[in-house]
Write a protein that binds this ligand. Structure first.
Ligand code: FAD
Length: 386
């Protein structure tokens, strides 16, 4: 395989010339990447180091700190990050998440951090020496994040955090956790406040979780976790808005990763349908197999149009584009699941064999319909805008 086809080549109307450069760079990187299913934490560290070496983490950090964002106070170039995730998702789901978490775990600092916080935390994201994490979900607050129960109270010069966070990507390997707690529970979501937690902070502990595909993830326990005052990120009570702004920027890129995974599955399915002979001819000559591939090709292109419409809108419009973004995430992740399932079917028994690309993709795609807003929550967002 020589790498994924580039969405900027056949959908040029959504892109500026700089995007073609980023996409080519990401494709070259993705085509050369050798994925392994060894320890997910070690593999993520290796992935982040390689992404930094290739200059791709530049797309997670503002220009002032050596990154690539130019003149975008709101943070990221969504089209660039979506193209990068499309290429990385084609190669390896863990590689894609490694990139995404450098962005998700640092964008709140880019958006709301003081100059001192930016200087302390962004260079490590850029050079890959610090892995990022974004800790919002709790055992009792998933889709309804406004109901989070983790508390923060002021004690002299310090903040003291208590509670738990769960399903936190990069738990145990991150060097910085942007974590959301409520500093004024009586005020509901208007009390939610962001903090930066470091792994060595007293009262902070990680319990690893194991999920369907390789992914460093775990539960965070905060027990009287004491933070110096300068770990407050943004304003007291500004956390909910900051979390939503961060997720809003990255949601389209999740859809980009789904496109990459689906495209890889389709590439593998076409290659298999040409190579595999049954009844004296390639299975591609069977109408039912060809029709499945045609359906996948069509759904994939429909998804690409929705995803890059949303990315373009997010980059160029100043009005609210939540509907376009939610449609892109909903359709692309659900379509990718169907495309990958068809690719497994076309591979027959080989498709469920460990070590085969479509089997890995079948496990990797599943979480994308759940994280950063489930498909059902995307429908709630779309309906609210109708
Ligand atoms: C691999 C992975 C990585 C993750 N990484 C992170 C991370 O780094 N940081 C982080 O903070 N979180 C992370 N998450 C958590 C993720 O964001 C949540 O799992 C997700 O928001 C759903 O929350 P929940 O699991 O509690 O499900 P619930 O909210 O309990 O939902 C259960 C079901 O009910 C449905 N439902 C709930 N409310 C409604 C509604 N109003 N209308 C219709 N249906 C509804 C949901 O769609 C879902 O089908 C990750 C999750 C996974 C799987």
């Amino acid at each position: 395989m020589t790498g994924p086809a580039l969405s900027c080549d056949d959908l040029p109307f959504f892109f500026d010339p700089l995007h073609t450069g980023v996409a080519r760079q990401a494709r070259t990187f993705a085509a050369a990447w050798q994925a392994t299913e060894s320890d997910a934490g070690a593999e993520t560290r290796r992935a982040v180091a390689a992404l930094a070496e290739a200059g791709l983490t530049r797309w997670c950090v503002p220009e002032k700190f050596g990154g690539a964002f130019v003149g975008r106070p709101e943070g990221i170039d969504v089209r660039a990050c979506t193209l990068v995730r499309e290429a990385l998702g084609w190669a390896d789901g863990l590689l894609d998440t490694a990139f995404a978490m450098q962005g998700l775990g640092s964008l709140p600092i880019t958006l709301a951090g003081t100059d001192a916080q930016k200087a302390a935390y962004l260079p490590g994201i850029l050079d890959g020496t610090r892995l990022g994490a974004f800790a919002l979900t709790e055992p009792e607050a998933g889709s309804d994040v406004g109901a989070l129960q983790c508390t923060a109270r002021r004690d002299g010069d310090a903040w003291v955090l208590d509670g738990a966070k769960t399903f936190i990507s990069n738990a145990g390997v991150a060097g910085q956790y942007v974590l959301f707690a409520n500093a004024d529970p009586a005020a509901g979501r208007r009390g939610i406040t962001a903090f930066i937690v470091e792994p060595d902070d007293a009262g902070f502990a990680v319990e690893p979780l194991e999920v369907i595909a390789p992914h460093p993830i775990g539960t965070l326990r905060l027990t009287g976790c004491r933070l110096p005052a300068d770990r407050l990120l943004g304003e007291v009570g500004g956390g909910f808005k900051l979390a939503m702004a961060t997720l809003d920027a990255f949601r389209t890129t999740v859809a980009g990763a789904a496109l990459g995974m689906a495209r890889r599955a389709q590439d593998e399915a076409i290659a298999r349908a040409r190579a595999r002979h049954q009844f004296g001819q390639p299975i591609m000559a069977q109408q039912q197999v060809a029709a499945a591939l045609a359906d996948s090709a069509t759904e994939l292109d429909a998804a690409r149009l929705l995803v890059y419409r949303a990315a373009h809108a997010r980059d160029t419009r100043t009005d609210r584009v939540s509907k376009e973004v939610a449609m892109a995430k909903l359709f692309a992740t659900e379509a990718a699941q169907r495309v990958i399932d068809r690719a497994v079917q076309i591979h027959g028994g080989l498709g469920v064999t460990r070590g085969v690309a479509v089997e890995r993709l079948y496990r990797e795609i599943r979480a994308l319909r759940i994280y950063e807003g489930t498909s059902e929550i995307q429908r709630v967002i779309i309906a609210s805008q109708l």
